[in-house]
Design a binder for this molecule. Structure first.
Ligand code: NAP
Length: 488
């Protein structure tokens, strides 16, 4: 990443104040960064609620996109997203538009911020995949009452995030990386991250590589968080466990983050716009300030970053000017007074939790070609047809079996929400009006041709509404699909 330099030789950073408390926490961060003397200039741009109000559905204006495309680096306040309805998240849009595929979320015990874990030395970083998974946001109503969200995981995306996690470990002098997945259930998607991790780990012999199932990871994080150094995980898992890890060291008020890619990096607090605190000058700006320090370090301004981190810890350790989420409203300093106290403490080195020595992160260079995995052999062996029907599984199964007579395909099974319901197994499975009819080739020699799929679809479509189809493919002899529960 080459930062954009202004005529005066300073690095230009896109500053997005954002919504709610964003305005206050970004103002505090800007003031602190400027006080370090770092050679930064700001280009202020808009995103979020104000942009939605202008009728721009992405929540990001063209000149914000143009600015980040130019500066390649942004400091961003939280952006409001309507929950459960309305427009997509402008945050996710920005992360995806600029392929910031890695979300780095460090947490470290802070002296002066008491928690049930104080004294145990929590010091870890969650490396969350940031652009794939369920957050690809590909959702469809399959029937009026059944919704679907596609969980998209690519081998290329896994390589990027896993290599980034190991590179972060090296840059921060860490010795252990955990990969947290749900590969026991989602063998192709979450399993892809696990397999990639195990392969890539061989190239990083200096770092211990451990796989852990995500639910146990959540359990272990509460029970023995100090065992973790780096946790790499998929997008949604990372979103959830990184809120959990932030709570271990004092909560969202102390949780910074960086969205990094090979071209662009966007720095922001983990928290949202906390609208109930907006404009009151009482919110804790630490998460955003520490995100600013991460940005400086990313720009290799290590001295300035350490100056901020040490001053933040020194201020909290001193305990005289404290944010409200640590000492409560009655004793809390205002956002601006706390900010000034940090600046006044520049040069102080805390007795504990000093800023560590960092090296620049070596961003992984990954093959850019879209066809990242190229099998030598492939064939289509069947097709899953998803239909809408209020009939019983038995009626559907017998009907589709009859429809397949005289075609190269036979009905292997019908599944409802992932469980085989035809042929019946004597189990008690509730059904909805969405069914998956698995049609396999009678003669497995050769491969299934599209014209057969289309004619079979027309036959089924004459009797049932179909919503979508999925080809059942084999790559180098390995099935590219999983079985339903109960399917043999
Ligand atoms: P939130 O804004 O993070 O606030 C949730 C709670 O976290 C607050 O009520 C407060 O807890 C605590 N908190 C948040 N920021 C804090 C800070 N700086 N200092 C101390 N405590 C802090 O989450 P939300 O209420 O779920 O979401 C509000 C909006 O923000 C939504 O529109 C959401 O989509 C958006 N959001 C944006 C981002 C982003 O831009 N990256 C991230 C998350 C959410 P107490 O009530 O206990 O004081």
């Amino acid at each position: 990443m080459k930062p954009y330099k202004t005529e005066s030789g300073k690095t230009l950073v896109t500053l997005i104040p954002g919504d709610g408390i964003g305005v206050e926490v970004t103002a505090a961060t800007k003031k602190i960064i400027e006080a370090t003397g770092a050679a930064i200039e700001w280009e202020e741009r808009e995103a979020g609620a104000s942009v939605f109000k202008k009728g721009i559905p992405s929540g990001v204006t063209p000149d914000t996109i143009e600015s980040i495309g130019k500066t390649r680096i942004a400091l961003k306040g939280p952006l409001e997203t309507p929950v459960g309805y309305g427009e997509k998240s402008a945050n996710v849009t920005l992360r995806k538009l600029f392929e910031t595929y890695g979300n780095l979320r460090p947490v470290r015990e802070i002296p002066g911020v008491p928690t049930p874990y104080s004294g145990r030395g929590i010091d870890l970083i969650v490396v969350r995949e940031n652009v794939e998974d369920l957050y690809a946001g590909i959702e469809h109503m399959q029937t009026p009452g059944v919704a679907q969200c596609l969980k998209l995981i690519s081998r290329k995306g896994c390589e990027k995030i896993v290599r980034l996690a190991f590179e972060v470990a090296r840059a921060e002098g860490r010795k252990k990386v955990h990969c947290a997945t749900k590969a026991n259930i989602m063998k192709l998607t979450e399993g892809m991250l696990k397999r990639t991790f195990e392969e890539v780990a061989r190239e990083y012999g200096d770092i211990e590589a451990i796989h852990i199932i995500i639910d146990n990871c959540a359990h272990q994080l509460v029970k023995l968080p100090e065992q973790f150094e780096v946790i790499v995980t998929t997008n949604m898992n990372g979103d959830i466990i990184s809120d959990l890890t932030s709570a271990l060291v004092g909560g969202l008020g102390f949780a910074p983050s960086a969205n990094v890619g090979n071209e662009v990096a966007i720095f922001e607090a983990v928290h949202g716009s906390a609208p109930k605190y907006a404009g009151k000058n009482i919110i804790n700006p630490t998460a955003m300030i520490l995100s600013g320090a991460m940005m400086l370090r990313y720009l290799t301004l290590f001295k300035e970053a350490a100056m901020i981190e040490n001053a933040v810890v020194a201020t909290l350790e001193e305990g005289k000017t404290m944010p409200r989420d640590v000492v409560g409203d009655a004793k809390a300093a205002s956002t601006t007074a706390y900010t000034d106290a940090i600046i006044a403490n520049f040069g102080k080195v805390p007795s504990r939790a000093r800023a560590r020595d960092y090296k620049p992160i070596r961003m992984p260079e990954i093959d850019k070609r879209p066809d990242f995995v190229r099998p030598t052999a492939r064939r289509v062996v069947g097709v899953d047809v998803f239909i809408e029907s209020a009939l019983s599984p038995d009626e559907i199964g017998k009907g589709v079996t009859a429809l397949m007579e005289g075609t190269p395909l036979l009905l292997k099974m019908v599944a409802s929400r992932g469980t085989k319901v035809y042929p019946a197994m004597g189990a008690i499975t509730d059904t909805v009006d969405q069914f998956r009819c698995r049609l396999m080739m009678r003669d497995t020699a050769g491969g299934l041709k599209d014209d057969v799929i289309i004619s079979v679809l027309q036959k089924i479509g004459a009797h049932h509404r179909w919503a979508h189809i999925e080809k059942l493919q084999e790559f180098d002899g390995n099935p590219g699909f999983t079985k339903a529960q109960g399917e043999d």
